[in-house]
Design a protein around this ligand. Structure first.
Ligand SMILES: *Cc1c(COP(=O)(O)O)cnc(C)c1O
Length: 435
C-alpha cells in the first residue's frame, strides 16, 4: 500500500471546515440559500455532539426503527459459492424497509429544534419520500415530497403510502421527470420558503453540511457492524475480528458511506461500492458516475457526475430507481481518489439474478438496489477462501420491487379478478432442495 494512502487513512479527517473532501464537496448554492445553509451548519454543529440530542436519536432508532439491525450469516449462499463466508447487515428489517429512516430521523429532529414546521424532500423510488412522510407524521410536521412524474407512475404503491401518511406528493414534469428533476424542484421550493421550511436530503449529496451530516446519521450502520462482527466470525471460525471486505450498493451513496465510514481506519478491510452498470458499462445505459463520470458540479457540490462534453447531465439507466442518479456523494469521489474504496459495476441482469437467488436460497426478498451488492459479493466470494469473510449492506427489502420483477419475468404477481380460482405462476427458477 502506498505510504500516502496509509497516512491519509490514519489521519482521515474529512471534510474540512467548508465541507471539502479533498477537491470534492463544498457548497455551490444561489445567494438566496446561503443564509439557510449557514443556519443549518450552525444547528448541526450545535447538536451533533449534544448528549440530549444523541440520546433522543438513539431512543428513536431503537424504539421506532427497531435497531440494532441484526447481521445474518448467509450460510447456504456461502456454501454454494464455495468461498468466503457472506454476511448480510439487515437494514431491510428497519421500519419502512430500508436504511433511509436512520438519516431522516436525525434531520427531522434538527427541523424541530430549528423551529421549522414544514419539511420538503425529493424522492426517486419513493423510499426516501416514505421515510420522510413517516417521520413527519410521527413529529407532526407538514410534508411535501417532490417526485419525477415518471417515477410517480413506476412507483405507485409508494406514492399511495406517502399519501396515507399525510404527505403531499408533487409530480415533477420537467426534464427526464426523474430524481434529478425532483431535486431541482425541491431546491426551488426551499429558495421560496426558507423561513419555515427544512429540506431533508435523502443521500450523502447536496451542499455542505448535507454529505457529512447524512453520513454521520447513517454511520450507525457501520458502528453496529464493528460491534457485531467479532462474535459472528468467531462462531464460524473465520479468521480475524472484522470482515475482509465490506460491500454496499451506491446510488447517491448513503448506505455505503454509513457502513464504510466507521471501517475506514480498519486497513485490512476492503471497502467496495457497487454502482449500477445497467445494460453494461460500455453501453452508455448505466448510472456508474464514479467509474464512467468526471468531476463537475451537481446539486450544490463538486463530485463525479455523468455529463457530456458540454457539461450537460446525461441520461442514466438502472433497473432499480434508487440507483438511477447521475451523481454520487463527494466523499466517495475522494475515497476512490485516495484508493481507500474501490468501485465496481453490476448489470441489471446480474442484479436480477441475485435477487431471485437470495429469495430462493435464503428466504429474503432484497431491494433491487441491494441486489447489486449481493451480486458482487457472490462473485467475489468465489475468489476467496472459506475462512475469509464478506459483509454486505442489505440496504432494503424488495416488497416495493415485486411489480417491476414480475413485469420483467412475465409473471402474474397478484391474482386479478379474472384469474380468481386459478393458481398463481411461481418464479422461473426451480426450487433447490437443501440436504
Ligand atoms: C435509496 C436506496 C438506495 C440508494 O441510495 P444510497 O444513498 O446510495 O444508499 C439503496 N438501497 C435502497 C434500499 C434504497 O432505498
Amino acid at each position: 500500500m502506498p505510504n500516502l494512502q496509509r497516512t491519509l487513512m490514519n489521519s482521515y479527517q474529512q471534510p474540512d471546515a467548508s465541507g471539502h473532501f479533498g477537491p470534492y464537496g463544498g457548497s455551490f448554492v444561489s445567494e438566496t440559500l446561503t443564509h439557510a445553509i449557514q443556519e443549518l451548519r450552525e444547528a448541526y454543529a450545535r447538536y451533533q455532539n449534544d448528549p440530549e440530542f444523541l440520546a433522543e436519536f438513539h431512543y428513536e432508532l431503537k424504539h421506532f426503527v427497531g435497531r440494532p439491525s441484526p447481521i445474518y450469516h448467509a450460510a447456504r449462499t456461502s456454501r454454494e459459492m464455495g468461498g468466503a463466508q457472506i454476511y448480510l447487515k439487515r437494514e431491510d428489517l428497519n421500519h419502512t424497509g430500508a436504511h433511509k429512516i436512520n438519516n431522516v430521523i436525525g434531520q427531522a429532529m434538527l427541523a424541530k429544534r430549528m423551529g421549522k414546521p414544514r419539511v420538503i424532500a425529493e424522492t426517486g423510488a419513493g423510499q426516501h419520500g416514505v421515510a420522510t412522510a413517516t417521520i413527519c407524521a410521527r413529529y407532526g410536521l407538514e410534508c411535501v415530497v417532490y417526485m419525477g412524474a415518471e417515477d410517480v407512475k413506476r412507483q405507485s404503491p409508494n406514492v399511495y403510502r406517502m399519501k396515507l401518511l399525510g404527505a403531499t406528493v408533487v409530480p415533477v414534469e420537467s426534464g427526464s421527470k426523474t430524481l434529478k428533476d425532483a431535486l431541482n424542484d425541491a431546491m426551488r421550493d426551499w429558495v421560496a420558503n426558507v423561513d419555515n421550511t427544512f429540506y431533508i436530503i435523502g443521500t450523502v449529496a447536496g451542499p455542505h453540511p448535507y454529505p457529512m451530516m447524512v453520513r454521520d446519521f447513517q454511520s450507525v450502520i457501520g458502528k453496529e457492524c464493528i460491534e457485531q462482527m467479532p462474535a459472528m466470525l468467531t462462531k464460524q471460525k473465520v479468521l480475524g475480528q472484522q470482515p475482509d471486505a465490506v460491500i454496499a450498493c451506491v446510488g447517491g451513496g448513503s448506505n455505503a458511506m454509513g457502513i464504510f465510514h466507521p471501517y475506514i481506519p480498519f486497513a485490512k478491510t476492503r471497502l467496495i461500492g457497487v454502482e449500477a452498470a445497467g445494460e453494461g458499462l460500455e453501453s452508455g445505459k448505466h448510472s456508474a458516475s464514479l467509474q464512467k463520470g468526471s468531476a463537475g458540479v451537481l446539486h450544490g457540490n463538486r463530485t463525479f457526475i455523468l455529463q457530456d462534453d458540454n457539461g450537460q447531465i446525461t441520461e442514466t439507466h438502472s433497473i432499480s430507481a434508487g440507483l438511477d442518479y447521475p451523481g454520487v456523494g463527494p466523499e466517495h469521489a475522494w475515497l476512490q481518489e485516495i484508493g481507500r474504496a474501490e468501485y465496481v459495476g453490476i448489470t441489471d441482469k446480474e442484479a436480477l439474478d441475485a435477487f431471485h437467488y437470495l429469495c430462493r436460497t435464503e428466504g429474503i426478498i432484497p431491494a433491487l438496489e441491494s441486489s447489486h451488492a449481493v451480486a458482487y459479493a457472490m462473485k467475489l466470494a468465489k475468489t476467496m477462501r472459506p475462512d475469509q469473510s464478506i459483509l454486505v449492506n442489505l440496504s432494503g427489502r424488495g416488497d416495493k420491487d415485486i411489480g417491476t420483477v414480475a413485469d420483467l419475468s412475465g409473471a402474474d404477481f397478484y391474482c386479478r379478478p379474472s384469474c380468481q380460482g386459478q393458481s398463481v405462476k411461481g418464479g422461473e427458477q426451480p426450487i433447490k432442495v437443501v440436504k
